[in-house]
Design a protein around this ligand. Sequence first.
Ligand SMILES: Cc1cc2nc3c(=O)[nH]c(=O)nc-3n(C[C@H](O)[C@H](O)[C@H](O)COP(=O)(O)O)c2cc1C
Length: 407
Amino acid sequence: MQRLSDRHVVVGVTGSIAAYRACDVVRELRAQGATVRVAPTKGAQAFVTPLTFEALSGQPCLLTSLEVHAGLIPHVEEAYRAAAVVVAPASADAIAKMAAGFADEAILSLLLSFQGPVIVAPAMETHMWSHPATQHNIATLRARGVVIVDPDEGPLASGRTGRGRLAPVARIIETVLRATTPATLLGRRLLVTAGPTVEDIDPARSITNRSSGTMGVMVARALALRGADVELVHGPMRAAVPATPGISLHPVRSADQMAKRCFAIVDDHRSIDAAIMAAAVADFTPASKAPGKLKKQDGPPAIALVSTTDILATLGARRDRRYALVGFAAETSAIEAAAAEKRQRKGCDVVIGNDVGASNTGFDVNTNRLYVARDAARAASGWTVLMSKEACAEVVADELVGLLAAR
Ligand SMILES: Cc1cc2nc3c(=O)[nH]c(=O)nc-3n(C[C@H](O)[C@H](O)[C@H](O)COP(=O)(O)O)c2cc1C
């Protein structure tokens, strides 16, 4: 799914050793469907030539603010055209100039003419970053609404270690996507669960299920891109955790740990607006975990199982409930009836049913088809078409926006 189709993004590159990583920023923005124009400063051009950026972006670079083309001033036209401007990497010098409103480079003039979202990813030696002058300039930019992608800690170009490394490209791209997605869930705090749980039999063996965590992770990302603060409680997953700002991770292992973590989040001083429970939580767990590895020569063990806490039903039954509740139902037959029945029984506003028995939906595939079981008093229930799990996550996010608006 390309999230920047028909959007134009200007990438400012400044005089940092990390300038070469701007090449990947340009590539990833284009992979999202954006048209990209690069504006490297003179400092940046000492590290990476405009030729490289022109080849990667497919457009001439903006090299100076002192030019006119066919009666138009390019840096002003670009400022009107762009959906977002990202400065990556941003040197200490460029940050100081941005804070003070200098206009002696094309990117600086463009930024003064630009009224949309600005994303700045600093990169510099650790003492340059922690210097009060830089921190003051960063605070000035933040106060102006500029989104700062904080630098990472790690090895620096000087051979020393500290904070100052350019943030990973994935985090920069996710920040651009969040800044350019309509913030229909801004200010909302949401609990999302994802992945399987693992129930231990002994120190070496466990019972789990086939959930990869993909659907829950994509839902968490779709919600965070719309501006929500997402608490993502997840079991051990194969799905990669997205670098989207706004997602806080809560890794757990067992159903019991997942239940305790979810209840702690719901009960903490900041209330949640909704819980979206996409994890495949184990229904049963061994009554006790053997302290040592069970021996093969002792023969097959009889493993007594007990029921786990039903997290969804517990959240649905709370009398003090002020949040919307969305459940997921993994079924292999009679999906509509099962989802509708589960919605009622567990006190959910919506249950999303999906077929985990088919070859192109459910576990281990990147496509899905959802049955959205709703309260008939609000809207009719129905199936989506078969689509990517990323597109399915957008359906769930749309559903949640509607649910929260109706409350
Ligand atoms: C090898 C080398 C690496 C540098 N890396 C950085 C850096 O990562 N961040 C930074 O703020 N300045 C760095 N500098 C210093 C800047 O290049 C210098 O301040 C320059 O004037 C910045 O120009 P600009 O405004 O185009 O960014 C580096 C200098 C050298 C020689």
